[in-house]
Design a protein around this ligand. Structure first.
Ligand SMILES: Nc1nc2c(ncn2[C@@H]2O[C@H](COP(=O)(O)OP(=O)(O)OP(=O)(O)O)[C@@H](O)[C@H]2O)c(=O)[nH]1
Ligand SMILES: [Mg+2]
Length: 425
């Protein structure tokens, strides 16, 4: 880590966007997460970025001036730049330029702890780097960028470029293979869970909304897992990059699986979304989504829009969802927990809220369950084990002919046990 944070200017084009202020504020938070020291800000009202330099004429010099006046060495841009815009801006301003995509990739890279997350981030980084390797790297993007290096070096330069590209492409292919191998294991586990027919509930939402805190609160109240099974929660952007899955057991022995997932942010680089698809598959296979919303943040409506757009872009649609408005404790005068249809106002740090959330989950994922009584012959001990393990046992009685169990089962379990059903009174 650097001892003295690098000074930066943040800059963007408003394009008459409604949420421009919010996106610039968020850019600043992203810059802070990257340990930059934000010393100035510049905006330009344009309908769209200028092809060659992103900013319109005059603004490039103005931004460079602002940076120099504040000892900033880097300009952070609020959008993804084309490779030539990036080169041209750096050349004209004589400053280091980082676009929003690069910034988010850097933060993800610094957070990635598991092998999977590291590989996923690296693939996205390499894909970002590929067209930016050299001025002539991208044929479609040559305009304005030529000249550097001079004619004499051209032959040698291109050879080196081809070589660099090959190395990067090879590395991407290798990382993809590694991820795929890891994914096979994951697929198998997922299939096994399906076999057990445990419902899967996934926490999704904007970064820092409180997904991991909600998960930990539920683990604390509904499992006897030790503290080492808690997931990482922290007041920072992208604290979670890996999906964690834990089993939650209710008092009546019914169980569901709960997964915590990576958080979203506006203008999340598409490369990153792509490479995190595998991690997000847990949410894609869920029976129920809980969208955790930071109800304390005034921009929560924009965050919800980004979340639903991102989910849609990775093909996660038409899964029932509870909208869970979190951090109600930080809003003076807000009553919580408060349930209304598919929404809940709550606090992940409040036990009564967590109980309410679990009630809402169970009402949805176990809606087709039924209470039945079974008589299992003594020689079918493994079925009694299954009932005790997988279903919601209400009471057990030992009679002459076997074990009589009253229990809550889902339709699949009911099918499996049908022949042992006892006429109910
Ligand atoms: N006051 C208060 N703080 C909360 C509540 N829920 C979460 N927080 C805080 O919000 C911050 C972010 O919480 P996380 O659970 O890490 O958020 P996340 O949604 O998992 O974020 P990412 O992993 O980055 O996507 C932490 O500092 C939590 O302590 C709440 O109900 N009330
Ligand atoms: Mg988290």
């Amino acid at each position: 880590m650097q001892e003295i944070p690098e000074k930066v200017i943040i800059a963007g084009i408003s394009r008459m966007q409604e949420n421009f202020d919010y996106s610039m504020q968020e850019l600043k938070e992203l810059a802070l997460a990257r340990h930059y020291d934000v010393v100035g800000e510049s905006r330009q009202n344009l309908d769209r970025p200028t092809g060659a330099t992103y900013f319109g004429s005059g603004k490039v010099d103005e931004v460079a001036e602002l940076a120099r006046a504040n000892d900033a060495t880097t300009v952070v841009i609020n959008d993804e730049l084309t490779p030539s815009q990036l080169r041209n801006l750096e050349k004209e301003m004589k400053l280091h330029v980082v676009d929003r995509t690069q910034l988010i990739l850097d933060i993800f890279a610094s957070r990635a702890a598991s092998k999977t997350a590291q590989a996923q981030v690296e693939i996205a980084q390499l894909q970002y780097a590929l067209p930016r390797l050299h001025p002539s790297a991208n044929k479609l993007d040559q305009q304005g960028g030529g000249g550097a290096g001079g004619l004499a070096n051209r032959g040698a330069g291109e050879t080196k470029l081809e070589m660099d590209k090959r190395v990067l492409n090879k590395r991407i292919a290798r990382l993809r293979r590694e991820l795929k191998d890891a994914d096979v294991g994951e697929e198998v586990r997922r299939a096994q869970r399906k076999e057990n027919k445990l419902p899967v509930v996934a926490l999704v939402g904007y970064t820092n909304a409180g997904k991991s805190t909600t998960m930990n609160g539920l683990l604390d109240r509904y499992t006897d897992l030790g503290a080492d099974k808690q997931v990482f929660e922290k007041d920072m952007l992208f604290a979670t990059l890996d999906t964690s899955v834990r089993q939650i057991s209710l008092k009546d022995n019914r169980k569901f699986l709960l997964s915590d997932t990576v958080g979203f942010v506006s203008k999340l680089p598409h490369n990153l979304i792509d490479s995190f698809k595998a991690t997000l598959a847990e949410a894609a296979n869920a029976d129920l989504l809980i969208q955790v919303v930071d109800y304390h943040d005034e921009h929560y409506p924009e965050m919800m829009k980004v979340t639903s757009d991102t989910l849609k872009s990775i093909g996660i649609e038409n899964i029932p969802m509870i909208e869970a408005y979190n951090k109600a404790d930080l809003r003076p005068g807000t009553r919580f927990p408060e349930e209304n249809g598919n929404t809940l106002i709550y606090s992940a740090k409040d036990p009564a809220s967590l109980d309410k959330l679990v009630q809402m989950i169970t009402a949805r994922v176990f809606s087709d369950s039924a209470v039945h009584t079974y008589l299992i012959p003594f020689d079918k001990g493994q079925l009694v084990d299954f009932i005790n393990r997988e279903t919601g046992v209400i009471n057990t009685e030992y009679v002459e002919t076997g074990t009589k169990v009253k229990t809550t089962v889902n339709p699949i379990q009911a099918g499996k046990l049908r022949q042992y059903l006892v006429e109910e009174d």
